[in-house]
Design a protein. Structure first.
Length: 276
């Protein structure tokens, strides 16, 4: 049983309800009396049963700048491709899946090509929640609604309705680079940038894998890492300056998600690249 309200002439399921107690707005459930019985029509706190699956969506970041080459701007013409990996990566399943950013050595384009990945919960009612930007408030209603990342997902919520869940992810990331230099981004819900400590590769190669033993905790907030950020980031900054040149440099950066659990139970998920 759901509760609906009319917004701009369209009936929509109520997202949240509140009452003012001692001057403070508090989240509440809704229990109307129907045929002599009190029935739950809206429960504020969501449970794992309300979750259909999770979608990890990467899309270009067109505003970012590199600390070393701050004059370089995003350039979609760079020799960079971003693809999904794994079995049926774009469909909901429990199989591991990921994304691979491949940068080539050809051409004279320079600039930035970066993708940010956000993890979204798809609820059984069709609504979407941004896990990274979820709220941790208890009393005041500060839920926010954002434009969705794709044409299909028109809006997403940043909400406190999932603050009592336990959401974790098992993942690894790696890079493999050949020749000259490597500048860019490789982070996973953290400010830690996993790339060569010395970006100058010379006429050689470098390959490393970062595979944390413990799962990444996304929810609850109090158990997040101190350097937590609400997204994963992957990309390169290609300069053609004589000393720092990436002309002739090539390689990959990989983000792979092995599993996502909600309250200790694995949930199906997909991974997508939305390049429009």
């Amino acid at each position: 049983m759901a509760t609906y309200e009319k917004v701009n002439g369209v009936w929509r399921e109520v997202w949240s309800a509140h009452v003012k107690v001692n001057g403070e707005w508090r989240d509440i459930d809704i229990r109307p009396r129907v045929n002599g019985f009190w029935r739950l029509s809206h429960r504020h706190t969501l449970t794992s049963d309300d979750i259909k699956a999770l979608r990890f969506i990467y899309s270009p970041n067109t505003k970012i700048r590199h600390d070393t080459f701050f004059e370089l701007e995003p350039n979609p013409k760079m020799p960079v491709t971003m693809t999904v990996s794994g079995i049926n990566a774009g469909k909901y399943s429990l199989y591991p899946k990921g994304v691979i950013l491949n940068y080539e050595r050809f051409g004279y384009e320079e600039g930035i090509r970066v993708y940010d990945g956000h993890l979204y919960i798809e609820l059984e009612n069709g609504c979407f929640i941004d896990v990274g930007r979820s709220k941790n408030t208890g009393r005041n209603n500060d839920d926010e609604r954002y434009p969705g990342p794709t044409r299909e997902i028109k809006e997403v919520w940043a909400t406190n309705r999932i603050k009592d869940m336990d959401i974790r992810m098992k993942y690894y990331t790696l890079y493999e680079t050949f020749r000259y230099n490597m500048y860019g981004w490789n982070s996973f819900f953290s400010t830690y940038n996993f790339l060569p400590e010395n970006p100058r590769i010379e006429d050689s190669s470098d390959r490393k894998k970062y595979n944390p033993e413990k799962q990444l905790i996304l929810i609850p907030h109090k158990r997040r890492s101190n350097d937590f950020v609400p997204y994963a980031r992957i990309g390169v900054c290609r300069a053609l300056k004589p000393y720092e040149t990436m002309m002739g440099s090539y390689g990959i950066i990989d983000h792979t998600i092995e599993s996502i659990t909600v309250n200790g139970v694995q949930k199906p998920f997909s991974i997508e690249v939305y390049d429009k």
